[in-house]
Design a protein around this ligand. Structure first.
Ligand code: CTP
Ligand code: CA
Length: 232
């Protein structure tokens, strides 16, 4: 992509990106969380703004300060992320779900700190499933809006990475699925990332291995190619 990486090909487009990882409270001081750093979503937001987009970053527990020119909506839980995404996605041209949304949350949140030796000392944590925000956003997608999902997959005894990813794309119904192959090592918290972008037409675009900025640039080029022509 080289010099084209900062082409103003997203000028006037409204883009909403979720990033980071949700935290699901157990009591006022404890939560169930995940290791997502939010770096890939942060890079997507920064580069979309650099390419002319009007960008909102719904950031779940992301440490980094807002990228230049990006409006950040800070959220904590999957439920907060869901509410923010529905509000912000309503008039967006592109919606990107790069956040690691907790699949489950504790079914009850203690109002006060759980104490050792108390009558209420737990021996297990009961969980309930969180709503699938990406599937909901696909369900309420406006005409012409592009919804992009992410998936970290490994191959296993049942199928290889791309077979699992194609099944997920079909299940979610999104317009693009950005797939991280995490079989070989860890992606979370690392600077580099290898991804393939799948589309429902069967295409698979392998992005050149590189930094999260390079991957973000490749994702935006793939998205820009698929956006309907901008209204004048
Ligand atoms: N996602 C979401 N809401 C959830 C879970 C996931 O919006 N409750 C989104 C993620 O942001 C990502 C996509 O769905 O864009 C795929 O997430 P992933 O965890 O790979 O998919 P799941 O459907 O949760 O499947 P799995 O059982 O493999 O975790
Ligand atoms: Ca999941």
């Amino acid at each position: 992509h080289g010099a084209g990486a900062l082409a103003p090909d997203l000028t006037g487009r409204r883009v909403v990106i979720s990033a980071g990882g949700t935290r699901e409270p157990l009591d006022p001081v404890r939560y169930l969380g995940n290791r997502s750093s939010g770096r890939q979503g942060w890079a997507l937001a920064r580069l979309a703004a650099a390419r002319g987009a009007d960008v909102v970053l719904v950031a779940a527990n992301v440490e980094a300060a807002a990228p230049f020119g990006v409006r950040v909506v800070a959220v904590g839980t999957a439920d907060e992320l869901r509410t923010a995404m529905h509000a912000e996605a309503a008039n967006a041209d592109v919606v990107v779900m790069s956040a690691a949304v907790a699949d489950f949350r504790p079914s009850a949140v203690a109002g006060s700190k759980l104490k050792k030796g108390s009558a209420g000392e737990p021996d297990s944590v009961a969980l309930v499933r969180n709503p699938d925000v990406l599937a909901e956003l696909v369900g309420s997608r406006a005409a012409g809006q592009l919804v992009v999902g992410f998936a970290a997959e490994t191959g296993d005894a049942d199928a290889d990475v791309l077979t699992h990813a194609r099944a997920k794309l079909a299940r979610k119904g999104c317009d693009l699925l950005v797939v991280n192959d995490v079989s070989a090592g860890q992606v979370f918290g690392q600077a580099d990332n290898t991804v393939v972008v799948l589309a429902p037409d069967g295409s698979a675009t392998e992005l050149p291995h590189g930094s999260k900025d390079a991957v973000a640039a490749g994702i935006w080029s793939t998205v820009a190619d698929r956006l309907p022509a901008a209204a004048q």
